[in-house]
Structures are given as C-alpha cells and as structure tokens.
Design a protein around this ligand. Sequence first.
Ligand SMILES: Cc1ncc(C[n+]2csc(CCOP(=O)(O)OP(=O)(O)O)c2C)c(N)n1
Length: 515
Amino acid sequence: MNGAESLVRTLVNNGVNVCFTNPGTSEMHFVAALDQVDGMRCVLGLFEGVVTGAADGYYRMTGNPAATLLHLGPGLGNGLANLHNAKKANSGIVNIVGEHATYHLRHDAPLTSDIAGVARPMSHWVKTAASSASLAHDCAVAIQTAREAPGHIATLIAPADTAWGPSAGPVEAAPAAQRQAVASTAVSAAAAALMRGEPAMLMLGGAALRGKALELAGRIAAKTGCRLMAEYNNARMECGAGRVRVDRLPYAVDNATAALQGTRQLVLAGAKVPVAFFAYPDKPSVLMPEDCTATVLAEVGHDLEQALEALATEVGALRTPPAGIATLARPELPGGGLTLEGIAMVLAALLPEQAIVVDESVSSGRNFGAMMGTAAPHDWLNIRGGSIGWGLPTATGAAIGAPDRKVIALEGDGSAMYTVQSLWTMARENLDVLVLVFANSAYQILRGELANMGAGTPGRRARDMLMLDRPVIDWVALARGHGVEAGRAATLDELAQQMQRGLARHGPYVIEVVL
Ligand SMILES: Cc1ncc(C[n+]2csc(CCOP(=O)(O)OP(=O)(O)O)c2C)c(N)n1
C-alpha cells in the first residue's frame, strides 16, 4: 500500500467519509487512492472556497468533520476565507493539502510556496508529513484534533513522495476528548447573577441553541424571569414552532445597545460578551451597558447541556415549563409588490418542516427572524466569520450532511457571486437546495455603512464601488449555465409560486428575487 491509500483508508476507517476536493498534479496519488478505497464520498468543487465552505456546512449538520483535498499553497489560499468562517463557527475540518515531493522543493518550481505559513492563521493544527510511513499516523492525529470540542481546523500537508512511497497501512485515530463539564463555582456564580433580582439576560451560543440545552435555557428563563438572547451570528440554531424562542442580538450597533439596555446581569452560555462587528466613530465596541456585569457559565467548547442542566437545578427550574415556546402559525400568503416584510411572510408561510436555512442574505434578511418564530421547526445557520461567499458552499455541504432535509439558501447577490460555482456542485450531486438570490444589484449594506461611518454622500466613483447594476447580473442565466433550473420573481405572488415550484422538486432550484 502507498501512503496515499493509507491516508484515505485512515480517513474512512475513522468515520471521515466525505471529501470535498479540488486537486492538482501533486494530489494525483490521493485521487487515484479514492478509487482504491470504498466508503469515501468525493465531491468536486470548482473553486476552493466551495470546498472549504462545504466542509463547514457538512460539519454544522453532522458534528463530524469532512476532509478537503486542496492543491498546494494557492489552492489552500483560495479556500482560506471559508476556513476563516469555519474556524469562527467551531467547525471541525481535516484539510489535506498536497505539496511538492520533498526533494523537489529546493528547486523553487512555480507552485512552490510556504504552505504551512498560508495554513497557520486559519488552522488550529498544521503539520507537514515527513514520510509515507508516518502519513497515516499524522492523518489520525488530524482527525482526532478536528473532533476536539468545539471543533478544530486541522491541516495536514502531504508532500507527493509521502503519497507514492510505501506505508504499513491505516492507523486508528484516538477518540477526541469529551467536552469538559463546567466547574460548580461557575454554576453558582451564574445562578447568583440570575437570582439577584436585577434585570438579567442569559446569552446563548454554540450548542446551547439546540436540543435539550435550549429547552433547559427556556426553563431557566421561565423560573428566573431572565431574558434569552443569541449572538447575532450563530453556527446553527433551532427555531420555529415547538422550540424555545430566542431572538438574535441585532446587527446595527444602536439597535444592539438598545436591545441590551437596562440589563444588569449578563450570563454567558457558549456566547461571548457581545461586541460590535466594526468600530465606528463615536460608537462603543462593547455592546453591553457599562453598569452590566458579565458572568461566564460556560464557554463554547464546554458541555453546554450539562452546564445548563446544572444551572437549572441550582435555580430550581428543572421542572418549570420552558418559556417562550411558540405554536405553529403560518401567515397568510401576502400579495402585491416585493417588500422585505412580505418576503419574510412568504418564507414563513411555505417553510417546510425541518428545513435548514443558510442565511447569507446580508441586509435583506436582517429582520426575517421575527417572522420565523412561529414557522415550521427549522435550523438557521449564520455566517460566523463575516467573510462573504460562505452561503452557497455551506448550503452545498449542509445538503450532503442532511440529505433528507430541504436546504434553503438566502443569498445577497453580491455574496452569491463570490462562490457561484457551488451551483454546479449542487447540480452534479442533485442536492436538495432552494436558493433565493436577493437581487438588489448593490452591496446594499455598504451603502448604509458609508453613512454610518460618517463618510458623507457617495459621489459617482464611490457609488460605482457599491452598485452591481452596470451590467445587471442575470441570475436565471447564471443558474442555468451551471446546470440548475431557475425562475424569477418580481412580485410576492410570483415569489410564492416560484418557491412552491422549487420546494416541490428534489434537487437544486434558484429564484432571482428582483428587488
Ligand atoms: C471576503 C469579503 N469581502 C468583502 C466583504 C465586505 N462586504 C461586506 S457585505 C458586502 C456586500 C454584500 O452584498 P450582498 O450580498 O449583495 O448583500 P446586500 O448588502 O446587498 O444586502 C461586502 C462586499 C466581506 N465581508 N467579505
């Protein structure tokens, strides 16, 4: 067996059985090994940002890392923006990056680069394999590292001669460490903060936004009277009917500080002290009020269910019915011209049970959450790292991770253009993704940010940097060019019709929402 086969067998034997790839010459032995080994689903992405973003989406829905196969420093470099997003979302990924054969490096061939240097900022763990004999062992460590709570980016650089040289075979990965329980002192401090009789908020992040942990948070809120809130961007939160309703902190600084105003005790469970996305002249960086005390119950890598169960026990909430559980109330389908409120109503009315909403709608969907609380139960995924071009790749990976669920990608047109090649992978793999592109022909959010920064009214040149209307992008043509059926909606009635059409099929469909 050669090193490449030992690596692929190590991945598969240890339960890493999806590989998102964009290979080159230095990875040809790995590509050949994919044929030798059963049990690996290989998915080609036509740009590395698709590959790494898909691995992020896959992890968010499965809790299990996928592998990526990337070509040298430039291939990895192309994938970095979505590795950044994945890192901020605590998604585990095993990156396999090809490298020139060890003896070829000194010749400084065209594709030679400092791959470890490229990898380091967006990885928790980086290693260059020394030999074909040790490659499988390195891969096993990478898998273990990627699975370490709360999910890590492990990047293994594999020189070509470690792929084609001999190996003794695959290696078993050690189990990742269990999530740590929180200390009882943290639980008592959090309980004291909530029971002090001051206006209190329990801010949830990470796995606290799902399943039993979320339900426990609802019990604690019912018992203590604290408010529940989530960070603005969350890796995956369970929303809709039957779930404890948690509003997201607003994006805009003034709205966020208003939402937190009056809070004197902030207890953090998997969330951080909220900070503004950016600094603005004359606005605060830290969003919580100055007279508010923050208490950390648990960090995102802790066992959040255990932490919330211990807190619920301490405040006597274990049997209190959870607060804020919504019942299903689908709105009537609205008619007339497209408005953002109307779009939210159509979405809430037609959302299928257990849909996965991948939200890169940027300015258009900022307030959709208000309407979704009483929609059918669903998961909502946000861009954690703020590096746009995340949504379509993540929808691709989420659809592969959860093939029985409908994925709905909400995309700003500007964001969608970064990784539009995802549509081709969706078509090729027949992924069940409905994409709504909010075609406002602008970087709309930045038009607002120009004003927020006090930078004045845009002149022609500044406006040109923020508008996408010259020429107008034809999303129906783009989708079809990638092998995906598409339609256009210019009214709310057309949007409902288009959504019904997209939801009725199994496979990708794009709707250009003409704003
Ligand atoms: C990789 C990267 N490049 C640039 C930006 C800056 N940026 C933030 S939002 C945005 C425009 C988003 O446009 P669109 O998706 O159409 O949404 P809209 O603002 O119109 O709602 C840009 C360019 C970014 N966040 N990430």
